[in-house]
Design a protein around this ligand. Sequence first.
Ligand code: BTN
Length: 251
Amino acid sequence: MRRLSPPAPNRWRNFYHFVETDSTNEEAIRFIERGVTSGIVAADRQTTGHGRAGKIWHSPEGNLYVSFFERTTAEQALDRAKIAGLAAFDTVAAFADPSLLRLKWPNDLLADGKKLCGVLIQHLTRGKDLFTVTGIGINIETPDKRAFPWRWEPTSLDEVSGISITRVAVFRELVAALTKWIEASPEAVDAAYAAHVSWMLNARISWTAGEKDLDGTIVRFNDRSRRLVVRTDKGDEEELAAGDISSILIS
Ligand code: BTN
């Protein structure tokens, strides 16, 4: 398997590559706890890769598992979910037909209605500094569908593009796309993100929040797309933050 290497120079300065680790996000957190302020962590496979809401991210060899960490302001930290979603979209669109791709709020990337990429953002304070870890998993070869307990069926770049794509090429595209969106103005990020998630407006959704399964219609996004407003079937409006929801199904 060809070793990953990021383009140099890049804004994260340090690069750590593991053949196997528990989770690149957990490695990133350990580096921050040891005093490293910025870096990229990549692994060929993860033994306990994880996603949002405590889900497992099945991580066999062949796909991309990478976490970027750096010091951020509180405001930058809040925008990182949108930025990571935009970067994931652009990365995959460099290899696959963009008309097949949908960015699903907050930052799942679907291709042909199946899950191709996942983003897990974690924050950590150390003294008075706030650090943000942006973990991104992109399926390049299709993962074992039986070992992938998501409500969305998984797919991969190879499956969607019909050609074999190297991890190294995807990684380099991701570093470039993430750099571009981190360095873009908040206005540019908001405009691009709002355009990407607008396909969800008026969609019927079912979502799970805690123990509750609810149904409704998406009416708008609030707070610079950080919150989703849903009209429930009882006619009430509910504002949802990404952290309140463990899954959203769009019908
Ligand atoms: C999700 O869709 O809920 C997020 C999945 C995020 C998976 C990536 S793989 C690299 C990084 N390390 C992890 O343990 N998780 C993220």
